[in-house]
Design a protein around this ligand. Structure first.
Ligand code: DNO
Length: 351
């Protein structure tokens, strides 16, 4: 397991120097943020990131995300141009030492919550998804913005884009994903890079848009689309785990044994009876997931990929990017370290 931490670049209030002080921290998960979606990342920007990360004594080997242009997901004729750009980004990142690229195939919106500062009983605030709130939300209102969302759309562009998706079925999206993978996976293999798709968060359709990376059946289908080790997963426990139908332990067991999990996002989530959920502290009893069980499965199957604590609550008065403050994610890292060290020393068949 290679412990990693997400960093949003030079203007992230959580500095590399602070991240480095988290015990056992190894890799920085970041991206080039100064290039519009679909364009080629400049060598200079990639090199600058690498130098900044290495100067802080950390490793630059995971990128999250190289976003996929909507024309690729929509299967438009212009997709070939964007796929060429994507291939070039994989080559450039591979040359810079990147081993894993996280991306997603969610139409228009990335991860979605309905409120970013819900107060929990301990006084901290967390990101939540309340079904009732979602039903009242208008994606065109621009009332919500999350880190990682492409907020560069003008209202009219967004309306037009949503309109285009009206004719895209789940099967169309699968077909467009296959087309994309057949083009990029061979390039990734050659560049020594593992591609790791992030599941849809939450793992069901929202705002009438199709979502397909949602459950075991679909992940099985995804892995078979191009059956190469370079075509793998970012297994996000919080994304897949917010649906009670997903047996995430069974999934982690199978996919880690297959060697197809390249990146783990580990966080906890508290499922509510109506299908809503609240993000919670990493510690198991704060939410619905059994975190030591997740770590035990990974350990037993010899997991050697990247792993990062995922979203944290806002605690101790910290302000910053929703879900991406320092304190609670650092507590998460320490907790995950503790479980892993215990497994290494005293448990599991590999110990
Ligand atoms: C949320 C993140 C996602 C993820 C993308 C990958 O916190 O896990 O935004 O980076 O879906 O493309």
């Amino acid at each position: 397991m290679k412990l990693s931490f997400r960093w949003y670049g030079a203007d992230d209030p959580v500095t590399l120097e602070k991240i480095r002080q988290i015990p056992n921290m190894r890799s920085i998960v970041t991206a080039v943020y100064d290039v519009p979606v679909g364009e080629v990342w400049s060598y200079e920007s990639i090199q600058r990131l690498k130098e900044q990360v290495e100067a802080a004594g950390l490793v630059f080997d995971v990128v999250e995300s190289v976003p996929v242009h909507e024309d690729i997901k929509l299967g438009k004729p212009s997709r070939d141009k964007y796929i060429r750009h994507y291939q070039e980004n994989i080559r450039r990142l591979g040359k810079a030492g990147v081993k894993c690229i996280c991306y997603n195939f969610m139409p228009v919106f990335d991860w979605t919550r309905t409120q970013l500062d819900q107060r929990l009983s301990d006084g901290s605030t967390a990101l939540v998804y309340y079904r009732e709130q979602l039903e009242k939300m208008d994606p065109l209102s621009g009332e919500l913005s999350l880190p990682g969302w492409d907020s560069s759309y003008q209202k009219d562009e967004l309306r037009a884009l949503l309109e285009e998706y009206r004719s895209i079925s789940h099967e169309d999206l699968w077909e467009n994903l296959r087309y994309f993978l057949e083009a990029v996976i061979p390039v990734a293999e050659e560049a020594g890079v593992n591609m790791a798709i992030h599941p849809d968060d939450p793992p069901w359709d929202i705002f009438g848009l199709p979502r397909i990376i949602t459950n075991k059946q679909n992940l099985d289908r995804f892995l078979k689309l191009v059956d190469s080790p370079a075509n793998g997963l970012t297994f996000c426990t919080g994304s897949l785990g917010c649906s009670a139908q997903n047996d995430i332990y069974e999934m982690i067991e199978e996919y880690s044994r297959m060697g197809r999990i390249h990146f783990m996002h580990v966080r906890n989530v508290k499922r509510l009876p109506d299908g809503s959920f609240e993000e919670s502290a990493h510690f198991s009893s704060c939410g619905s997931l059994d975190i030591p069980r997740i770590m035990e499965i990974l350990h037993r199957n010899g997991f050697s990929g990247y792993l990062r604590p995922d979203h944290g609550r806002m605690i101790w008065g910290e302000t910053g990017r929703p879900g991406y403050g320092l304190y609670d994610r650092a507590l998460g890292a320490a907790y995950l370290n503790g479980i892993w060290e215990t497994l290494e020393k005293y448990g599991g068949e590999e110990a």
